[in-house]
Write a protein that binds this ligand. Structure first.
Ligand SMILES: [Zn+2]
Length: 137
């Protein structure tokens, strides 16, 4: 028989952009696009030997400060979802068959058809997540 004790767990509730001061919380869209970095420098760092560094930026400040050097590409939504489906179904052939089958939660589209845009891809990913965790779809 297992016994349990209560344990307090802290989670990040908000993040403030170090550049512009924008406050981001999990309830808004900016939260998911923020960049938070934290690292320890080594010897000969321009910040000082073994310094601890951290930085939180909103997506607008990332673009404003680093935008010209950031490599932007669109991920192939279908390929990523096929990998996830293969993980869920344990078989690439079964996963591909599922991706080709119309799904009622996708308005009768197949997951491949739905995954041609980001919103549809998120819906497919959510369905796969529910299947993976045994939640009825
Ligand atoms: Zn900002």
């Amino acid at each position: 028989m297992l016994e349990y004790r209560e344990k307090a767990v802290l989670e990040v509730a908000a993040c403030t952009c170090d550049r512009c001061g924008l406050r981001m919380s999990p309830e808004d869209g900016e939260w998911h696009e923020r960049v938070s970095l934290a690292w320890r420098c080594g010897f000969h760092s321009v910040f000082g030997d073994c310094s601890e560094l951290s930085l939180d930026l909103c997506q607008h400040c990332v673009k404003a400060t680093l935008g010209e050097w950031i490599r932007v590409s669109q991920r192939d939504l279908g390929d990523g979802l096929l990998r996830l489906a293969t993980y869920v179904w344990y078989d690439a052939t079964d996963a591909d068959a599922w991706m080709r089958c119309p799904h009622p939660e996708l308005g009768g589209k197949t997951p491949y058809e739905a995954a041609t845009d980001a919103v549809g891809a998120e819906q497919v990913e959510a369905i796969l997540g529910r299947i993976l965790h045994g939640i009825p779809t």
